[in-house]
Design a protein around this ligand. Structure first.
Ligand SMILES: Nc1ncnc2c1ncn2[C@@H]1O[C@H](COP(=O)(O)OP(=O)(O)OP(=O)(O)O)[C@@H](O)[C@H]1O
Length: 144
């Protein structure tokens, strides 16, 4: 029977794969580390720091799940398939949704800590930034 420690070793192997081989995960991990460092430097309140920490792990977990979906689908069907396209797009959409949430959390919290703006103004800027992200997705794609 596999010991608990052995399962832990497999999990670490999975994390190493994400960190070394997955471009999007690496980018998000780097952004997460930068935000974490900034959080420590600007002296957030405890609950603010916890929300930032949650957001970082949330997006990284979603990106990890997105990678699992992509790997599975590439294994099952290498060729173009409409269903694969839909499922991969759905998984990517979920990551985008999580990222949009994180952007709002970040503008509310860092807006106050760095620029002294109110939470409602931070929320407003977060929504603007999200709309911008959304627009990038809408106009950046086009036909493949
Ligand atoms: N086999 C396929 N059939 C149909 N559409 C696909 C297929 N593979 C990829 N796509 C389309 O291409 C998009 C990007 O897929 P891809 O697997 O390259 O993901 P990615 O986000 O670019 O990740 P990575 O950079 O890790 O490869 C998908 O969202 C989907 O729309």
């Amino acid at each position: 029977m596999r010991t608990f420690l052995k399962s832990f070793e497999f999990a670490i192997r999975g994390l190493k794969h994400l960190l070394l081989k997955e471009r999007n995960f690496k980018i998000q991990f780097t952004i997460g580390l930068t935000v974490l460092t900034l959080s420590l430097l600007v002296g957030l309140e405890e609950w603010e720091f916890l929300w930032i920490l949650f957001s970082i792990f949330f997006v990284l977990s979603l990106e990890g799940i997105n990678t699992i979906v992509e790997e599975l689908l590439d294994f099952i069907e290498e060729r173009y398939h409409k269903k694969v396209e839909i499922v991969k797009d759905l998984a990517a959409g979920v990551v985008l949704l999580g990222s949009m949430f994180t952007v709002i959390v970040a503008t509310i919290i860092f807006g106050r800590a760095l620029f002294g703006i109110s939470r409602i103004t931070g929320l407003f800027f977060g929504i603007i930034l999200d709309a911008f992200l959304f627009g990038l997705g809408l106009f950046g794609g086009g036909k493949r």
